[in-house]
Design a protein. Sequence first.
Length: 520
Amino acid sequence: MTTLILGSGHNALVAACYLARAGHPVEVLERDEVLGGAVSTVERFPGHLVDRGSSAHIMIRHTGIIEELELEKFGLRYIDCDPWAFAPAPVGSGAEPIVFHRDVDRTCASIERACGPREAEAYRRFVRTWGPRAQRVMRAFGGAPTPGRFLRAFWGLDARGGGSALSREFLQSGDALLDSWFDDERLKAALAWFGAQSGPPMSEPGTAPMAGFAALMHTLPPGRAVGGSGALTTALVARLRADGGTVSAGDEVTELRRSGDGWRVRTAAGRNLSARTVISGTHVLTTLELLRRGGFDDTVVEDWRRRIRVGPGIGMVVRAATTALPAYPGATRQESTRGLQLLVTDRRQLRLAHAAALAGELPPRPVVLAMSFSALDPTIAPPGEHQLSLWAQWHPYRLADGSDWRAHGEREADRIIAEVDSYAPGFADSVRQRYVQTPADLESELGLIGGNVMHVEMSMDQMFFWRPIPELSGQKVPGAPGLFLTGASTHPGGGVSGASGRTAAGLVLRSLRRGRFARR
């Protein structure tokens, strides 16, 4: 019997590919005409291939999934972001920018010029210490969050100190970690902003590994998929179809109902499908609503919904078509435009923006991550033009004054572009077209409830064994045999990793093997 997979996000497609590769019939059901969810690319402006969600791929390149599924055979190709990050100096300060090369020596040379020899040596030791730790985190992220897996992932690390440094530093805030290693605020701000791409501010307990993850970028940096973020989705779909799987776009699932020893799935197009096994790759709250419509215990659903914290929202995006790349004083375009442009010099800006979001207010000054990947991959823009994604945090989904995001989106986009212009004078004049994605737009277009690109908050109490809540952390639903969960709502959380999809496929394959054995 066919396994049905709800949603075509990259985790759902990864799960589908592993099942189809193992010889199991699979059908993916997607409400949108565009496949891939937040890992997709469309032509927003003439000749411009613009990402709808993610732009840089970091974690999936460390999982082995690309190699296991042989996605290069299906057209996927990455270009390394090297330098992987760039932190400009304030205009007129006379200071040097910080350039984070893949090569540690070149990075330390840049830090020495910008911040002094002590900071350069501290960064070298930071990478030496946190590189292995970040690799162990990725190992823990690669499968189900069981105690055994975590023990194996971290066994022997920092053994000479009894593991005490490991446990203490992992539990502290990212800010505390950075303060213990560095003195220069500009360096700390850049690393804190990189760590905050997971969602929480670096002032929260347990965020130290998010800041420490920067050390792993010297092993394998962020990658840009040629043709746009959606090239990953395209390769996954091609792999799936090659193994006999099918994908149905433009047919939204409206109900998920238990039927005998399997499931009945109803769609908006009037299809009634039967399956022994279902994997839901939608937002966990969307999955719970589908179950509720199908007669699942409403009291249980409501209890789970109340305890899953989506949060106030993370941010918004401006996609810009330009006539030129941003020109940062003191840096060549080769140094500044091929990776993540971390446009912050003081962590106070991060803290004020997050505090404003908690209060339902717009940030006093938006914090911007600029990405100009047409500098790496000219196929995404017409000749003589460039394209940027400007991600800004923190922007609340619900505004305290009750106003609609439609009244703020364009003005906030002006402020985001102006923020880039403050570091790269003249940038604003180069913008010819733009597409604005507010938190409300992210929800309506991509199904990201509350505008949270991580689905639910990536806080310590909603990670690992507790994501999204303990009852659902095993990617199964109590009282719903044969239903499995995947996607950013599950371990290891948001970002482009595919690990949740691989884990879900493993759970399904073991379930199917047990079922065949029982029937015999």
